[in-house]
Ligand binder design. Sequence first.
Ligand code: F6R
Length: 239
Amino acid sequence: MKIIIDTPEAIARAAAQRYVELLGRKPDAVLGYATGSTPLGLYAELARLCKAGELSFARATTFNLDEYIGLDGTNDQSYRYFMDKNLFDLIDIPKENTNVPCGLDMTDEKAAEYDRRIEAAGGIDLQLLGIGNNGHIGFNEPGTPFGSITHTMHLTESTIQANSRFFASAADVPTSAVTMGIKTVMNARSILFIALGSVKAEIVKKMLCGPVTEEVPASVLQLHPDVEVYLDPAAAALL
Ligand code: F6R
């Protein structure tokens, strides 16, 4: 595991260079993406590089980590909408190459199909991850089995509270989601992890320095052979 501590702006630039390197070497790479506030700087930088002609996603395929159950892609709180607005509409990727789990009529049987689609695409080359205040990756809340594949999940109260900042009120936050499982994430060949801000300091310490336990889902990354961890000084403050 490689740990890089830098400003959010420098992290966005350095992380974007991973995509320049990967897509330069493998233009049809399979990319795993995340939503939330953490990747916004990186997505802006990827869009800038693409517009400048330094990066092309024309042959790439993407798979997002998760989606709220009950929201369809036209809902402005859905993760499909977020990805279109913050990345896909700003780069040269064909929309049909982008995959976000469907939040409607979702069951665990249908969710498992997402893993088969990832496998059929050749597996994820580079998976981007953020971390929830409770240690979740994707929407894999504490206690999710490390062997899990894409599945549905009831969100914990702490996640609903944390994500309520994007909604009018906590009561508007969907209470369940579909998410890649921990095993799905661990199957990615490389992982690019970003945590920003003091609110993440405590959980980053547990993830990196604590025991590997299903109670801290992100701690499983200690077992992955190729992880780059990008932290700003505030998120790294307790290391
Ligand atoms: C979202 C996702 C989540 C977020 C996490 C942190 O697709 O995978 O695990 O990465 O909730 O969210 P932010 O970045 O908003 O702090």
